[in-house]
Design a protein around this ligand. Structure first.
Ligand SMILES: Cc1ncc(COP(=O)(O)O)c(C=O)c1O
Length: 446
């Protein structure tokens, strides 16, 4: 890790003058469609801290959207990637291969659920992995339909825009979208009309009924689901939902794909979130946390399914870049050595305890409607006093108040009313508690 002090420090307004100057250059040079949560320009980052160009040190509760689980400058990632950088930057695995790619695929076979024979293919981004999972499932099943869920998020490319549920900002004005994509209900416990306790059974029955009646199970190549829905609001499908859908897929020859791009690699306190209910997916998509900040993604799954695509049908110039593979091996080494699953579970314990305490101190007509998530993937859903009406303005105000004090938090959710916490798993407990103090003060001032 870089020697960046693990202490919050606010020495200017946030953003400070140097960030403001850079932001003016950015606005002139960078396309408006690319947004930023907080226009504070980074100088260096590591552990639980992001240091900006003005010398402020922010507590990081975002991890670059669930990427830097091992920190943004983890020793093993920097060491292995730097050594690889000096050896060679690229040959293209499709031209002359290299060992790092194979090693990452071996690690994926070992770490993902199930003891069946597995193979992987590597890509650059999460969306690319999801697109390739669809290609592989179609090649294996010789079917075309793809089933996804309410509140799901799978990316911003053409096919993954179709798979993603939320229109604004991801889809608006960017159609037409890819055909043969069908959306069915998910067991969103907090908002399930007959109550969370019924959500698992009722939502799975509804989803299966819609698939059977409206699409025809025989036409479905793949069912794709995030075991904890990320951008949609950190929704853990109510218990029983995932097993019922996985079983339905199995009974009907449908490829069950777990999109673990956000929830994977120790984020929820297990290597993969689908392990929580003992699910063994046919295919798993991974990215984000896999490589300590370097761009890498993968599709991993049953060897016979993975081999269904003809030679040359999968790949891409940069897929499984050697520097990114070295970074992944460094990140996985760190996760094992530091027991980051254990760290994620401890973060959950601290966060959920503090959040419940904050909620109990709020006057009646609680605006924290729900506290949920697992490991270091925790969120609160904000609602208008005494109702379940989403309160996006409260989420925005709280985020802004935290930013001003040097705590980086992110929002998400179909209704924009969820404040989510994704600290690096290596964050110190003092820093974690200090971040939560800032959030508590922001609530007091709201
Ligand atoms: C579950 C899930 N799938 C896919 C993606 C897309 O990944 P990328 O942004 O790397 O294309 C994301 C990104 O947030 C994600 O959370």
């Amino acid at each position: 890790m870089s020697d960046i002090p693990q202490e919050r420090r606010v020495v200017t307004a946030i953003p400070g003058p140097k960030s403001v100057e850079l932001q003016a250059r950015r606005v002139a040079a960078v396309a408006a469609g690319v947004g930023s949560t907080l226009p504070v320009f980074t100088a260096r980052a590591g552990g639980g801290i992001i240091e900006d160009v003005d010398g402020n040190r922010l507590i990081d509760f975002g991890s670059g959207i669930a990427v830097t689980s091992v920190g943004a400058s983890a020793e093993a990632v920097v060491r292995r990637a730097s050594a690889q950088l000096a050896d060679f930057t690229h040959t293209c695995f499709m031209v002359t291969p290299y060992e790092g790619y194979v090693e990452v695929c071996e690690q994926l076979a070992e770490l993902t659920p199930g003891d069946h024979a597995k193979k992987s293919a590597l890509f650059n981004s999460g969306a690319e992995a999801v697109e390739n999972a669809v290609k592989i499932a179609r090649a294996w099943t010789k079917r075309t339909a793809v089933v996804v869920f309410d509140h799901g998020y799978h990316g911003r490319t053409n096919l993954t825009m179709a798979l993603t549920a939320k229109n604004m900002p991801y889809k608006q004005g960017f159609g037409p979208f890819a055909p043969e994509v069908y959306r069915v209900p998910v067991a969103y416990g907090y908002r399930w009309p007959t109550g969370a306790e019924n959500a698992g059974a009722e939502a799975s029955a509804q989803a299966i009924d819609e698939i059977t009646k409206q699409i025809g199970a025989d036409n479905v190549a793949a069912i794709i689901i995030e075991p904890v829905l990320g951008e949609g609001g950190f929704i853990e499908p109510a218990k029983g939902f995932l097993p019922a859908i996985a079983e339905f897929a199995k009974d009907n020859g449908i490829v069950f794909v777990a999109d673990e791009i956000q929830s994977g690699f120790c984020r929820t306190g297990q290597w993969f979130a689908c392990e929580d209910e003992g699910i063994v997916p046919d295919l798993i998509t991974t990215a984000k946390g896999i490589a300590g900040g370097l761009p890498l993604s993968a599709v991993t799954g049953r060897a016979e399914i993975m081999d269904a695509a003809h030679a040359g049908g999968l790949g891409g110039t940069y897929g499984g870049n050697p520097v990114a593979c070295a970074g992944a091996l460094g990140a996985i080494e760190t996760m094992r050595e530091m027991d980051l699953n254990g760290k994620a579970r401890r973060i959950e314990e601290v966060m959920k305890g503090r959040l419940a305490e904050m909620r109990s101190k709020l006057p009646d007509g609680d605006i924290i409607g729900d506290i949920r998530g697992r490991g270091a993937m925790i969120a609160i859903e904000l609602v208008k006093t005494g109702t379940k009406e989403p309160d996006a303005a409260a989420a925005g105000s709280l985020a802004k108040a935290c930013h001003a004090e040097g705590l980086l938090v992110l929002t998400c959710g179909t209704y924009g009313n969820v404040l989510r916490f994704l600290p690096p798993l290596v964050i110190g407990e003092d820093l974690l508690n200090e971040g939560l103090d800032i959030l508590e003060q922001a609530f007091a001032r709201l």
